[in-house]
Every structure is written in C-alpha cells, then in structure tokens.
Unconditional design. Structure first.
Length: 329
C-alpha cells in the first residue's frame, strides 16, 4: 500500500507538471526516481504481452505489464490533470511570475540532479549535451508547422504523439509544445468538458508516441546510458529560457481558431520588466519561490538516494550498465 501511494503521488506530480506550459512530467519522473522504470514498463505494452498472458493468465499479464506500478501512476496523473487544469489556468492568468519562478527553480535544480547520475564522463559527451540544448531551443519554433496539416482531427493525433513523447523527456514540455502548436487550449478545454471525441483522437496520438518513443529511449538508456543522460541534461537546461519569469512576447502567430501561438520572447532583467510593463517585478517573492522549487527537487533527490533512478522493477528488466560498453541489458 505504501508503494502504491508513493507511485500515485509521483504520478500526481507528473500530471501537475505537464499541465504547466514549459515543464515536463519526465523531469518529475526522473527526480522522483521512477524514470527508467517508467520507460521500461511502457515498453512492456506490446506483442510480448501475449506470450505472458498465454503462459500465466491474467496474473502473469499483470506482472509482465507491471500494473502494480502503472495503475497508481496513471491514477495520479489523471486526478492531477483534471484537478490542476483549473488551478493552472488561474495561476497563469493571475500569478504568472510566481508560477514560472517556482518551475524555473525546479527545472534548474533538476539539471544538477541528472548530472549526478553521469558515470565516466568523456569529452565527446559534449556532443549529445549540445544536441539537447539546440533541440530544446528549436522544437517550439517548429511546432506551428503542425497547423499546415489542415485537418483538426489529424492535428490532434499528431499533437498527441509529439506531446506524449515530450512527456517522456525531462526538460521538454509537452504542454508548451501543445501551446506552440495552438492545441493547448483545445486539449485543456476538452479535459475540463470531458469531450470524448476530442480526447479519443488525442489518445490515439498519445498511444503511438508512447509505444514508439519508449522503445527508442529504452534502447538508448541501455546501450548509451551516460550519453543519453547528457542529452537529457541538454534538454533540461535548454528549456530554462521558456520558464524565465521576466520576458516579453515579441513574435507570435494566430492559430486556425484564432488563438495566439507564441514564437519568440525577449528575456528581460527584473528592473527592465518593471519599467516596460509598469507592474512590479516581484523580485524577492519570485527569487524565494525559485529557491523553494530548487530545494524541493534537491530534497526529493536526496530522499530517493544516489542509486534510486537505476532501480529496475519492470519484469524481465535488468539494471542498466554503468558504463557505455555496448553491453545488452
């Protein structure tokens, strides 16, 4: 029961993070020590489930799919998404500086946490680090191209595929990518209004992204662990500008339903922000909430222990190699 409650709360944290544009549920999964178990568990949902079912029945299938982990995690994500949707809308409208400040501190500290998991760092690992930084910077600017698909149904499927893949990457926000695709408001409204047709289309895209991208990530983590974590650090650090509280929208376009899609920002000092907007920069409250976010991540990392993120709970999965020797898990 204690394990189930712990996983439920971690799922709730992931759901809360994914409801905020600019924050990744994958970051929360990594910080709370369930990231690699999550990736390997998702990979179990596929053709290999049929032999497990034939040999062990429903009990064998439940073990193979690690349902003791999956069900409380999904329950936590679902409850959080539904409940946080209203809270996030209110915070984004009324307290955006404090909200962005909290998650800026949280994500910045997450980059430090990921760095602690790097083993036998080599000079060439700068390549995936830089690649992660560049991809995190470029991805949002590419997302408005989704509007060229024309069909709202196809946009929802493709958007779901991209957003759920981003959920699996620490530092890459599925919500922010949905925002730049012009789909964030549509999806959040569908969740609040329980629009089954819209949610079904979005779910199809999510299923495609989950099953495909989880296998790629699992393969990379098992065979190129340190390089993959360097890539994740690049994603996390590259996402920080999106969360900088004091910024000005300088370029945008209108989506097919007239919604504003942000394309570029100008990043300001707190003083310049106050002069430009005529509002208080809330410097000290924002810095305080940044420290709260960072402290929360560091505390969670310490609580999990140095080797928690390497634990292997998924059936048939073994511990990831500490070295990039190309060995198979």
């Amino acid at each position: 029961m204690k394990r189930h409650l712990s996983v439920f709360l971690k799922g709730a944290g992931m759901g809360a993070a994914d409801a905020v544009p600019g924050v990744s549920g994958g970051t929360i999964a990594f910080v709370t020590g369930i990231y690699e178990e999550l990736i390997d568990t998702i990979k179990q949902f596929g053709p290999s489930a049929f032999p497990a079912w034939r040999q062990g029945g429903l009990a064998g299938l439940a073990v193979h799919l690690n349902l003791a982990f999956v069900l409380p995690l999904l329950a936590g994500i679902a409850v959080s998404l539904v409940s946080v949707a209203h809270l996030v809308g209110w915070l984004l409208d009324d307290h955006p500086l404090l909200l962005n400040g909290f998650f800026f501190g949280l994500v910045a500290a997450s980059a430090l946490v990921v760095r602690r998991h790097l083993a036998e760092w080599k000079f060439w690992h700068l390549i995936p680090l830089i690649a992660g930084l560049l991809l995190a910077h470029w991805l949002p600017s590419l997302m408005p191209l989704i509007t060229l698909l024309g069909s709202p149904a196809l946009m929802l499927v493709v958007g779901g595929t991209i957003a759920i893949s981003a959920l699996l990457l620490p530092g890459v926000s599925g919500s922010f990518l949905l925002l730049t695709m012009g789909l964030y408001g549509t999806v959040m409204q569908g969740i609040r209004g329980f629009d089954l047709e819209l949610l079904s289309l979005f779910a199809v895209g999510c299923a495609i992204g989950l099953f495909g991208f989880s296998r790629l990530l699992s393969w990379l983590l098992h065979r190129h662990h340190t390089a993959t974590l360097q890539l994740l650090v690049g994603f996390i650090v590259g996402s920080l500008p999106v969360l900088w509280p004091w910024r000005e929208l300088t370029r945008y376009q209108l989506g097919p339903q007239g919604q504003m899609i942000p394309l570029d920002y100008r990043y300001l000092s707190p003083g310049d922000f106050a002069v430009l907007t005529g509002d208080s920069s809330l410097l000290w409250p924002v810095l305080a909430i940044m420290l709260v976010g960072a402290a929360l991540v560091l505390w969670l990392s310490h609580w999990q222990g140095a080797g928690a993120s390497r634990s292997r709970h998924a059936p048939g999965a073994s511990r990831l190699p500490d070295k990039e020797d190309g060995s198979h898990a």
